[in-house]
Design a binder for this molecule. Structure first.
Ligand SMILES: Cc1cc2nc3c(=O)[nH]c(=O)nc-3n(C[C@H](O)[C@H](O)[C@H](O)COP(=O)(O)OP(=O)(O)OC[C@H]3O[C@@H](n4cnc5c(N)ncnc54)[C@H](O)[C@@H]3O)c2cc1C
Length: 482
């Protein structure tokens, strides 16, 4: 029964790792990462983690709650927002306890920055690479835990409900192994790779969402997709993000005539929430007939910018841009998913024993639009809640069982080009402002692709898993909007 675990966590970003770390040390836990353990959206997070922790500037939980609701268009779930903001302080405390090195001021006090949509400075950060630092601290603790096995380059290909638990078909080095467990946590991250241009890591293909959908779990608001207004504009597949905190620290948005334009669209100017700024850029683009836009923070000076945004500063230098002297070309691109696998405030899906945490989950905290830096926080708070709920249930015991998935015979590789086609459909039909005619046509085609990939004649490998997940995600998103 070596392949039986009390809990399997699919995903080694902040959501998955934090969940695994808080499961009982007496339980056997397996954590899977599809590629290298470091490849995930968590590692890319720049700005920080929002929290009312040892508050300054008369900040309080009501203000954080209100900012979250305003950004989310008051479509947020009040009970999950309450959990998010009230448990934020203890999440920060725990991450500090694990050794995360957040920036401090000259007096040694934790520094807080401001980001769009926040009425107070409450973003804890490690320079402009907070996600990498938080993930490192949690991963170090996971690796030091004897009860947790972290397997990288291990793709969850299929899941099935068996014996009151789950069987998981995992592909590692061209070999399939079936692992079984009592509790299964999906922490597979976002869906960015369903677009041509995204800030998301290559792993963000929505695998957990597609697997949960196939199992019959409720998927909610998958079309609530956030388009970040300020990705570096060079038409790379993985767009480099120019963090919200650059605007938070005072950058101006300029149009092709190098004029500020946000006053045409919103009183909050550059510090309006992301959806408003992205929308404004699209409207301004229509008005001027140009997709040329810039961030301007030159007035802060090279020394300050190099120190405050070292990663962004270095990246831009590789593009021959000195942000202390030059304008930064930007444009919106896909960034985040507000919807996902529907869960309650303990991260439980509607399938007993199945949990979802992090970006693949829909807790309802974000409403129509996520407030900056609330997502690492969501992964921490609701990851720990999933672990607490599972821990209580594990106290009743868990009974090992075996299962073995069959592989299709005489199987072939999937046809090439399907993923590219899906990405093109999504980019054309639903980018910031939906194009309904293209969405209707796109839906027809992704339905065909999804059906094709569900035939039992393809080799079960990462190509199939990802293409099928992208087709499923595109299918659900387009079905929601047409
Ligand atoms: C550029 C960028 C900047 C950001 N900045 C911020 C910020 O400043 N503050 C903030 O709060 N949020 C930020 N976010 C959002 C935030 O980083 C993510 O929402 C959050 O980290 C998601 O964590 P996660 O654990 O859900 O997913 P991820 O960190 O993406 O981890 C997903 C894991 O699932 C695994 N996986 C996926 N599919 C499979 C499979 N089939 N089999 C096995 N494993 C699988 C992957 O290998 C990976 O380990 C940013 C995001 C990006 C892209």
């Amino acid at each position: 029964m070596d392949n039986y675990y009390d809990a399997i966590v699919v995903g080694a970003g902040v959501g998955g790792l934090f969940t695994a770390l808080h499961l009982p040390s007496t339980s056997r836990v397996l954590v899977l990462a599809k590629r290298e353990a470091e490849l995930c959206n968590s590692k890319l997070a720049q700005g920080g983690v929002a929290a009312v922790y040892k508050p300054v500037d008369d900040d309080n939980i009501s203000l954080h709650t209100n900012d979250t609701f305003v950004a989310g268009g008051f479509k947020n779930d009040p009970s999950s927002v309450r959990v998010l903001v009230t448990e934020a302080a203890s999440a920060i405390e725990r991450v500090l306890e694990l050794g995360a090195d957040f920036d401090r001021d000259e007096n040694g006090e934790l520094d807080r920055t401001l980001e769009g949509g926040h009425s107070r400075r409450r973003i804890f950060h490690h320079k402009d690479s907070t996600g990498a630092e938080v993930t490192r601290a949690i991963r170090d603790a996971v690796l030091a835990s004897d009860n947790i096995t972290l397997k990288d380059r291990s793709v969850m290909c299929r899941i099935k409900q068996v014996n009151g638990g789950f069987a998981v078909d995992v592909l590692h080095d061209d070999e399939h192994t079936t692992y079984t467990c009592r509790f299964l946590v999906l922490a597979t991250g976002g869906i960015g790779r369903v677009y041509e241009y995204t800030t998301n890591s290559a792993i963000a293909t929505g695998d957990g969402i597609a697997a949960a959908y196939d199992l019959g779990a409720t998927i909610t608001d998958l079309s609530l997709i956030q388009f970040h207004p300020t990705a570096y504009h060079d038409k790379s597949r993985e767009c480099f993000l120019i963090s919200e905190s650059v605007r938070g620290e005072g950058a101006y948005l300029l149009n092709c005539d190098k004029e500020r334009f946000m006053d045409r669209y919103d009183d909050r100017l550059e510090l309006a929430p992301r959806d408003v700024v992205s929308h404004s850029i699209m409207l301004e683009s229509k008005r001027t007939g140009s997709d040329e836009f810039y961030l301007d923070i030159r007035y802060k000076g090279e020394e300050y910018l190099r120190d405050r945004f070292p990663m962004i500063f270095e990246f831009l230098l590789t593009q021959d841009i000195n942000m202390g002297k030059d304008l930064i070309p930007i444009y919106p691109c896909q960034h985040y998913l507000m919807g996902g696998i529907d869960v309650d405030i303990d991260s439980r899906t509607d399938i007993p024993g199945l949990y979802a945490v992090g970006e693949c989950a829909h807790t309802g905290v974000h409403g129509n639009n996520r407030l900056a830096s609330n997502s690492l926080l969501e992964a921490l708070v609701f990851g720990r809640r999933a672990a607490n709920d599972i821990s209580q249930k594990l106290a009743e015991g868990s009974k090992p069982f075996e299962y073995s998935f069959e592989q299709p015979e005489n199987a072939e590789h999937i046809p090439t080009g399907l993923r590219t086609e899906i990405r093109h459909i999504m980019q054309q039909s639903y980018f910031v402002i939906p194009d309904m005619q293209k969405a209707v046509e796109g839906f027809e085609r992704v339905s065909e692709i999804k059906k094709l990939l569900e035939k039992d004649c393809y080799i079960i490998d990462r190509d199939l898993v990802e293409a099928h997940a992208l087709a499923t995600v595109a299918y659900i998103v387009l079905k929601e909007i047409i």
